[in-house]
Ligand binder design. Sequence first.
Ligand SMILES: C[S@@+](CC[C@H](N)C(=O)[O-])C[C@H]1O[C@@H](n2cnc3c(N)ncnc32)[C@H](O)[C@@H]1O
Ligand SMILES: Nc1nc2[nH]cc(C(=O)O)c2c(=O)[nH]1
Ligand code: SF4
Ligand SMILES: [Mg+2]
Length: 211
Amino acid sequence: MTYSVKELYFTLQGEGAHTGRAAVFLRFAGCNLWTGLEKDRASAVCKFCDTDFVGTDGPGGGKFKHADVLADAVAANWPGDVSGKPYVVCTGGEPLLQLDQTLIEAFQERGFEVGVETNGTMEAPANLDWICVSPKSTATLAQRSGNELKLVYYQEDAPPEAFQDLAFDFFYLQPMDGPSRADHTAAAVEYCKQHPQWRLSLQTHKLIGIP
Ligand SMILES: C[S@@+](CC[C@H](N)C(=O)[O-])C[C@H]1O[C@@H](n2cnc3c(N)ncnc32)[C@H](O)[C@@H]1O
Ligand SMILES: Nc1nc2[nH]cc(C(=O)O)c2c(=O)[nH]1
Ligand code: SF4
Ligand SMILES: [Mg+2]
């Protein structure tokens, strides 16, 4: 299968339970909840996306005709002279439109742990090492278990109470970025103080200006 990749780069995981961990970010092109075009944002299921996932023109992006070729490109982005377990975060766009067991195995054969950032509308492959689900508005949640549930807050159609009983190890609220980020942050802080099951996830890469 051919994989369409927007960009591929080495950075630190900025969000959630693995915040601060070195990782290769593999951003797949395309999403099932928004076209990625500004003209369609207001009518999309997911209206607050902070990411350009259209096309294959980003750094390290392109079309990869085989899992081994893409896994080699990811491995080439992991520096050879560092200690610790290599980690790849598959994101997008919606990675589960493309990420399959074959590609995950190809990463693992090269020594990588494999994480995913998904909107949860499709079930995740069974061989992933880390599953982060971030539910969106009215979209039906198919992937209802995993390692972390990271809810962008505040979404009128997706309150934390709708997810608090699902089978995840960690529950995070991530303030919605945009013009009202400060208000969303204050509201998330207050919710976490009142409901300690939930922890705050800040987008730390934005705070320090790394990708
Ligand atoms: C761009 S999405 C790609 C992965 C997948 N489509 C998803 O939505 O989880 C990566 C992460 O950024 C979060 N995100 C997107 N837009 C955001 C925003 N405006 N503020 C805070 N987090 C946002 C998503 O909820 C998700 O956890
Ligand atoms: N540094 C960094 N950490 C991230 N964690 C999740 C991200 C994403 O866009 O999926 C992201 C991202 O875009 N950059
Ligand atoms: S589901 Fe994820 S990639 Fe798709 S529009 Fe929403 S935040 Fe962006
Ligand atoms: Mg991002």
